[in-house]
Ligand binder design. Structure first.
Ligand code: 4NP
Length: 166
């Protein structure tokens, strides 16, 4: 979890286990926000509880590391009710997890719900395939797609922050 007091946005990335895709998204988005000078609360969670407390998958740590980002300090947690009030954006990595997020949303939750690739022109609604049962190449593919989505969200929120200031 990162951010300062003047942050306008809180972004939570959600996948199934919170050990592969959403930890990579958290790392990639945190770096993208920092590069842009966008102060933002960033975290990730899973819709499932199987891996609560675990470090990200070694293959996710490795691919992030090859891209200059350290995600080894993250620990998996499950999405909870407070998340729908603490974060302005809850961003799912695939359709099933977006539905899982929706199913848990309190009636008066304030977060807007979206998918990672919604911010990428022409790729709205596209899922990020689960690399968990794949090989190292699947993690490289996942990283490049996730990085594209994370950078697009950082651009979008930076624009929004500028509009709010104007
Ligand atoms: P993630 O990948 O949702 O990207 O973290 C998975 C991690 C674990 C499992 C499935 C997907 N699992 O079935 O344990």
């Amino acid at each position: 979890m990162h951010g300062g007091i003047e942050q306008k946005f809180g972004v939570l990335f959600v996948c199934l286990g919170n050990i592969c895709r959403s930890p990579m998204a958290e790392g990639a988005f945190h770096a993208a926000a920092q590069e842009r000078g966008l102060s933002c609360l960033v975290d990730s969670a899973g819709t499932a509880s199987y891996h609560v407390g675990s470090q990200p998958d070694a293959r996710a740590i490795a691919v992030a590391g090859r891209n200059g980002i350290d995600i080894s300090g993250q620990a998996a947690r499950q999405l909870d009710r407070d998340d729908f009030y603490r974060f302005t954006h809850i961003i799912a990595l695939d359709r099933a997890n977006l539905e899982g997020v929706r199913a848990r949303a309190p009636r008066d939750g304030t977060a807007s719900l979206a998918m990672l690739l919604d911010a990428v022109p022409g790729r709205r609604g596209e899922p990020v395939a689960d690399p968990y049962y794949g090989d190292a190449a699947a993690f490289d593919t996942a990283w490049s797609v996730i990085s594209l989505g994370a950078n697009a969200w950082a651009d979008r929120l930076l624009q929004k922050a500028a509009q709010l200031k104007a």
